[in-house]
Design a protein around this ligand. Structure first.
Ligand code: ADP
Length: 469
């Protein structure tokens, strides 16, 4: 990358130098031409001043040229009728062609000064002519030097400009290398650091760089890596929980299936002749299948809640009728267990899924009945308070020890496994309750004392706030 950046930079530099060099050559060349014209005019004025127009002009011009000028300079004196009165390069000026039509001569007679560049007819060389009218006005003094075009000047200044351009190029290349280093080195370091990434186990360490954009790259990379790591860790954790859940669920299902199979085999083999025992076996098979149905329903409920089921139907759920409905379906079980149900509810409603709320209250009430004693009570109360709906389910049952209070919301956790199974518990009820409460960004609180009873208090915000994840 460094080479590519540098190469482009050098190409741009060369182009810039070529363009600026060409302009410099052209303008310096033009300036030098103007400068030459001015100094030639000064020489002409000096010659004009030195000449005695009444004496032999040819002899004076030759003498002036040989003593005061370089050999390439030519001086010509032209009379007002165009005849050449004297010429430093020609011995017999009187045979020379009339010069009145020469551009510089015409301009000089007309405007005082004139100049032209062309090939000399008499010398056969390309020349620069500068002419000025003499102080006495009857003559034009003309000076000529060899000149092809601006390139003459450019050739003169070429070595100097080349040296300047070369120095500028060298300095610019050094600066360009340093400049490209300040960009490519940090990028290479960032790439090298990112190349170290293996799986999710990477702690990047980037330096602080001069350019903000480079720091943004490194900071964003670190942020993204941290997010990916957190995400992967969460997925790992969820995977573990799911695996544990499936192995627990299979284990839970295995026991009733084995029992059902055992009873069915015994009945099938015809060893049981006693009708009462047969009936008992049928009843046990039905009980076990009921347990399996409960378990499967709870597993399905949990997986739906975990998947944040999309098609949850929200409606304005009136809590009074909901409690009445739950009590009605719980009544037979409560009567069986000789537990009294009581409710007290303010006229309150909440925007929620009726099915989820029913499940929540049903699980808490059924636990209050299940983990109670004959003659026990379950009280349910619901009321609104500071923007939240409170639902409290209280019982005077067996209560829960402090150590178990912390674990009863875990899946498949039961305080007394045998008792729970016997009364159709799955160990998932409170886990479902907790899921539903979290679905509505609410909270659940438990107060319990072994031997005295338990009190579960659920708080749900009235404003529907479904967690995103
Ligand atoms: P289960 O299906 O076994 O009832 P839960 O998740 O509903 O599963 O409850 C987990 C355990 O918490 C129960 O097995 C029970 O031991 C205890 N528990 C729940 N509610 C009560 C309660 N109201 N009184 C006493 N113990 C309770």
């Amino acid at each position: 990358m460094k080479r590519a950046v540098l190469l482009r930079f050098v190409v741009i530099l060369l182009l810039a130098l070529a363009v600026s060099g060409s302009f410099s050559y052209y303008f310096i060349g033009r300036n030098m031409l103007e400068h030459d014209k001015i100094s030639m005019l000064n020489t002409i004025r000096a010659v004009d001043y030195a000449l005695d127009y009444h004496a032999d002009l040819q002899e004076q011009v030759e003498r002036l040229q040989s003593s005061a000028m370089d050999e390439n300079s030519r001086i010509t004196v032209i009379a007002s009728d165009g005849t050449v009165a004297a010429d430093s390069e020609i011995d017999r000026p009187d045979v020379m062609e009339n010069h009145l039509e020469r551009e510089e001569v015409r301009e000089a007679f007309a405007d005082g000064t004139g100049s032209d560049t062309r090939s000399s007819e008499s010398l056969g060389e390309s020349m620069l002519y500068v002419a000025a009218r003499s102080a006495c006005g009857d003559y034009v003094v003309r000076m000529a030097i060899p000149y092809t075009n601006l390139i003459d000047y450019m050739i003169t200044i070429f070595p100097v400009l080349l040296l300047g351009t070369g120095i500028a190029f060298a300095v610019s290349v050094v600066i360009a290398i340093r400049f490209s280093d300040t960009i490519t080195t940090p990028l290479s370091e960032i790439c090298a650091e990112m190349g170290k990434m293996k799986g999710t186990q990477q702690d990047f360490s980037f330096k602080k760089y001069k350019y903000r954009e480079l720091n943004v790259i490194s900071e964003t990379t670190m942020k993204m890596a941290a997010e990916i790591r957190a995400h992967m860790e969460r997925l790992e954790r969820e995977k573990g929980i799911r695996q544990e859940f499936f192995s627990n669920a299979s284990h839970e299902l295995k026991t009733p299936i084995t029992s059902v199979r055992g009873y069915a085999e015994l009945l099938d083999q015809g060893f049981i002749r006693d009708e009462a025992t047969k009936k008992d076996f049928y009843a046990r098979i039905l009980k076990e299948t009921d347990n399996m149905t409960n378990l499967i329903n709870d597993i399905l409920m949990i997986s739906r809640l975990e998947a944040k089921e999309a098609e949850v139907t929200f409606s304005d759920v009136r809590i009074g009728p909901l409690l009445a409905e739950v009590f009605e379906s719980m009544e037979p079980i409560a009567a069986d267990a000789q537990v009294m149900l009581h409710k007290e509810c303010s006229p309150v409603s909440i925007e929620a899924s009726a099915r989820q709320l029913r499940e929540l209250v049903m699980n808490l009430v059924s636990n209050g009945i299940k983990y109670n004693h004959p003659g026990g009570n379950v009280w349910v109360e619901a009321w609104p308070e500071s923007g939240r709906l409170f639902i409290q389910v209280k019982d005077d049952g067996c209560g829960i020890s402090r150590a178990d209070q912390e674990r009863i919301f875990e899946r498949f956790y039961r305080v007394d496994k045998g008792r729970s199974k016997k009364i159709g518990g799955t160990g998932l009820g409170l886990s479902i309750v907790k899921h539903i409460v979290e679905y509505y960004s609410g909270s659940i609180r438990l107060e319990s004392e072994p031997g005295k009873g338990s009190c579960f208090t659920v708080e749900l915000p009235f404003q529907k706030r479904i967690p995103k994840e």
